[in-house]
Write a new protein. Structure first.
Length: 217
């Protein structure tokens, strides 16, 4: 019995450690948003505040889904990225008006990744899906979005989010331009030592998050 209690204590300690780390990452994302607003010196409208709170709420939900995935994990080695992103995509899809997004999620590979890596990938995916709902079709047409992820046993992974929208504005550079959402995505990708790439045209945007094996640790 003493051995079982000791192992249980170790498991709880590890869970507490992971929760603390992931909440710290979430806090950092919120702080980044707060600092950007403060530097802008602009007064937010009621609608803008509501959108801001919706964004924070979705990020909290992503973190909650991560820990649910960890609680349900059988092998204790990490997070099944495909299942995690599928849950996130379905959650983001419910935030917009009915019929606003036609979503497809495809996953390949059964590799498990570190919880912190999953959190960053999940937050980036949530941001990309939210942007697709808001901006892909300014006329209000439903947006078609495809999410694809691939994981490998070495810890490397790739996530793609593609939409059929109108693309970025002329002269927009996603590596440097954009508001709080793009700043957050770039910061999260840097925290992963991963590459965040964008291909865009008048036929849509494809965002690709790539964490190669040499940087998987």
């Amino acid at each position: 019995m003493a051995i079982l209690i000791e192992r249980g204590d170790v498991g709880l300690a590890e869970a507490d450690h992971r929760i603390a780390n992931n909440l710290g990452s979430l806090s950092g994302a919120v702080r980044l948003q707060r600092n950007a607003i403060s530097r802008s010196g602009k007064t937010l409208t009621a609608d803008q505040v509501c959108h801001l709170l919706d964004d924070i709420s979705s990020r909290i939900e992503v973190t909650a889904k991560l820990h649910k995935s960890l609680a349900l994990a059988v092998n204790g080695d990490g997070v099944n990225l495909g299942n995690f992103l599928r849950d996130i995509a379905e959650m983001i899809g419910t935030l917009g008006p009915d019929g606003k997004m036609n979503l497809t999620v495809e996953c390949s590979g059964e590799g498990y990744i570190q919880p912190r890596h999953a959190l960053h990938a999940g937050l980036i995916t949530a941001e990309l899906l939210t942007n697709a709902i808001k901006y892909a079709h300014p006329t209000g047409l439903p947006v078609i979005v495809q999410v694809h992820c691939e994981t490998k046993d070495d810890g490397s992974f790739r996530v793609e989010v593609a939409d059929d929208g109108v693309g970025f504005p002329e002269n927009f550079d996603p590596t440097t331009d954009g508001g709080l959402g793009f700043q957050l995505m770039r910061a999260l990708a840097n925290g992963l030592n991963a590459e965040l790439e964008f291909e865009h045209s008048c036929l849509g945007v494809c965002a690709r998050l790539v964490k190669p094996a040499r940087l998987a640790s």
